[in-house]
Ligand binder design. Structure first.
Ligand SMILES: Nc1ncnc2c1ncn2[C@@H]1O[C@H](COP(=O)(O)OP(=O)(O)OP(=O)(O)O)[C@@H](O)[C@H]1O
Length: 692
């Protein structure tokens, strides 16, 4: 069957009554349910066709299931042949006739070759916006309460709202995940510079579309939930053996115990209630540096306690400086601003801030896109010492003059490499040049991540005092050694079968499955539900309420499988995630390191299995070999062969995957990359599609 047949076939709408587990409760009837069913029907139909095709593929190439044992050259040839014959290499289904409503309308082809049409910023184009009257924030714009991220890690989040719909992709603009891209400043009707990009306006709900009405549920108030935590793992003590390097002048000595930090009694009590008895290496070094008033860039492996490494000394300073209890005011002037790239991550950081500031007069507030703007403002005006925010919502609130920056003493960029890259860098630059923002000499700027590409480190200099310190725990950009990494050679047409096989073996253990695009996340989640594997999904096209519900269902074990795009790759700290599966490998090795870091946290062990498709992933072979060997993992011989074959000494042309030049062919941009395994500054379509 040729490409045309395939496309024509899969866009036909079909009815089906099937509703997957991950949305089952919601769609028993009504128009929305119909929509959803129709969508699923298309998927289901497509799935059937796909299965037949897949089956055809397998029977054509009887060894298709054991690609891992094949000679790479042979495998390449086979996969290539089958792809050419059936799906058409180089065809971009995604470029044909997709619009915002594509998913609901049954245009659900292009799961395998889609690119730009699955991107966040495409969905925002040509949407107008109107500036809302600030005073409206006091009005109740309607609520859509449901379970959310503010649950104890142990508590189940339940209660899917009645009448919920699966219309996150309906083009309403309400609560869509993504914001990115056009960063032009906007002069509003009042002549004020709103500091907002088009995408930010959409994130804030400041568009002509329906208003964002979602109000996240309040965080738990009881002490047990606030201090709920999971146990450190058997390898926690091994952190002590990791080499730490601190560069810069006049480095304060590391501390070895919490007592040495000389924190106030309330903080010490909170640390104890949180179950922290011993410092992790990044905490040992960062806490005295921050307490000493120095700027810091810290790079430490995933899951090794970076959040507390900045929160504790900031809180200690605030307490020492006699921070006053903030009270209701129209304009709040926080002492600390923490930014992170995703809504779920910033919510998590907020919960940590709330935990460590428990019993003090410090008030932390979180604001992020996809929620009602009025709600964010209401939270802020009640008092705000520590503001945790995603960049879009932050700039929005600053533009609305609800936040004054004159008192800012600390700025924290979590996932700093992501915050400074092409996607968020412009917002961050705007933030530090906002009127009233103290200069870098007058504030303390702190950056944390598990990865820090060199070019981003250079950019970071603009934000930091010249005498900043750099802490590297272990290999910069290295993977956590507590994660057992396995790379399997799996062609794209065998991936689903392999995934099911693995998940059946895994049983009920919590597993995150990463895929390349939002549509594919839905598709794979639906497919797994059809296979009777309880699954939910999180990506930037889902409404915020749905994203939080999905995360809640995953956290509490209701859905032990979470299919995610890169929106969930960084920072999320979920108890008991035992497995990460890269159904699709990410485009950069840094992203790989973050993804697999969702397991093996805090001294616990975990497993990561990645499907390596020789049609699309060869550029990752070299950096993967490096990451695997640095983490003392077994390196498959076939991967080494591919890595070796990709190596062209002295060549600096456009070959994707050359170790000396990293090129994102989808952007057509290249950047020098000495290690060959860091992300380029240019986000690619995959990145674009998944961030908010
Ligand atoms: N000293 C400690 N003792 C016990 N648990 C700790 C300690 N420090 C941090 N933790 C816990 O370890 C887990 C991981 O911490 P955190 O999320 O801060 O890691 P991270 O380094 O920021 O990871 P990522 O790079 O993925 O963002 C959290 O549950 C946190 O509460």
């Amino acid at each position: 069957m040729g490409d045309e047949d395939w496309e024509a076939e899969i866009i036909k709408p079909h009815m089906s009554s099937y509703v997957p587990v991950f949305e089952k409760d919601r769609y028993s009837s009504g128009a929305h349910g119909d929509t959803f069913n129709r969508t699923l029907a298309s998927l289901s139909e497509m799935d059937d066709r796909y299965s037949r095709r897949d089956h055809f593929m397998r029977s054509r190439f009887a060894s298709g299931r054991s690609l891992g044992n094949r000679d790479p050259g042979e495998s390449n040839k086979r996969e290539h042949t089958s792809t050419m014959g059936d799906f058409g290499v180089g065809r971009s289904f995604g470029n044909r006739g997709f619009s915002n409503n594509k998913f609901e309308e049954g245009d659900s082809c292009s799961f395998w070759r889609e690119s730009s049409n699955d991107r966040e910023d495409n969905q925002t184009r040509n949407r107008g916006f109107s500036k809302r009257d600030d005073s409206k924030y006091e009005q109740d714009e309607g609520t859509q309460r449901s379970g959310g991220i503010f649950g104890s890690r142990r508590s189940a989040l339940s209660g899917v709202g009645k009448g919920d719909t699966y219309q996150s992709r309906s083009g309403s603009g309400s609560g869509r995940g993504g914001y990115k891209g056009l960063n032009e400043e906007v002069i509003t009707a009042s002549g004020k510079n709103s500091w907002k990009s088009e995408a930010e306006r959409r994130e804030s709900g400041d568009t002509q579309g329906p208003k964002v009405t979602y109000i996240p549920p309040p965080p738990p108030e009881d002490e047990d939930s606030i201090f709920a935590h999971y146990q450190t793992g058997i390898n926690f003590d091994k952190y002590d053996t990791i080499l730490v390097e601190v560069s810069g002048h006049d480095v304060p000595p590391a501390i070895l115990t919490f007592e040495e930090a000389n924190l106030c009694q309330t903080l010490n009590s909170n640390i104890a209630k949180a179950g922290y008895t011993k410092l992790t290496p990044v905490q040992k070094y960062s806490i005295p540096i921050i307490l000493g008033g120095r700027d810091l860039m810290a790079c430490a492996q995933t899951g090794s306690g970076k959040t507390a490494a900045f929160l504790l000394p900031i809180l200690a300073h605030m307490m020492r400086d006699g921070v006053t209890a903030s009270r209701f005011k129209e304009l709040q002037e926080p002492e600390c601003i923490i930014v992170a790239p995703t809504r779920e991550l910033i919510s998590q950081i907020y919960l940590e801030a709330r935990k460590f500031s428990f019993g003090t007069c410090v008030r932390a507030v979180v604001i992020y896109g996809g929620t009602q703007l009025g709600h964010s403002i209401r939270q802020i005006v009640q008092g705000c010492n520590i503001l945790c925010a995603t960049p879009g919502r932050l700039m929005d609130i600053i533009g609305k003059e609800k936040i004054g920056l004159r008192q800012v003493k600390y700025i924290v960029l979590d996932e700093a490499d992501r915050m400074l890259d092409m996607g968020f860098g412009p917002e961050m630059k705007k933030l530090i040049s906002c009127p009233g923002m103290p200069s870098k000499e007058q504030r303390q700027t702190l950056m944390f991540s598990a990865t820090f590409p060199e070019e981003i480190q250079r950019l970071a200099g603009e934000f930091l005092k010249s005498n900043y310190l750099f802490v590297a725990v272990g290999q910069v950009g290295g993977a956590c050694r507590d994660v057992q990494q396995t790379i399997l050679q799996v062609g794209q047409y065998s991936k689903r079968e392999k995934l099911v096989e693995i998940l059946r073996n895994i049983g009920d253990e919590r597993t995150m499955v990463f895929v390349e695009t939002k549509k594919k996340a839905d598709f794979i989640a639906t497919f797994l539900c059809q296979e009777k594997i309880s699954t939910t999904s999180i990506h930037g096209d889902r409404e915020q309420r749905e994203r939080e519900q999905a995360l809640g269902d995953f956290r509490c074990g209701k859905c032990p499988v979470l299919v995610a795009t890169s929106v969930a790759a960084r920072g999320l700290d979920i108890e008991n995630v035992q497995h990460v599966i890269n159904f699709d490998l990410p485009s950069t090795i840094d992203e790989y390191v973050h993804r697999i870091g969702r397991t093996g946290r805090c001294g616990n062990t975990g497993r990561a299995i990645s499907f390596f498709d020789t049609e699309s992933d060869n550029h990752l072979a070299q950096p993967l070999v490096k990451v695997l060997s640095d983490a003392q993992q077994e390196v498959p011989a076939w991967l080494e062969e591919i890595a070796f074959s990709m190596y062209v000494p002295g060549f600096s042309g456009s070959t994707r995957g050359n170790v000396f030049v990293s090129i994102d062919t989808r952007k057509g941009k290249s950047s020098l990359n000495t290690a060959g395994f860091s992300s380029s500054q240019a986000p690619n379509p995959v990145d674009d599609e998944s961030w908010d």
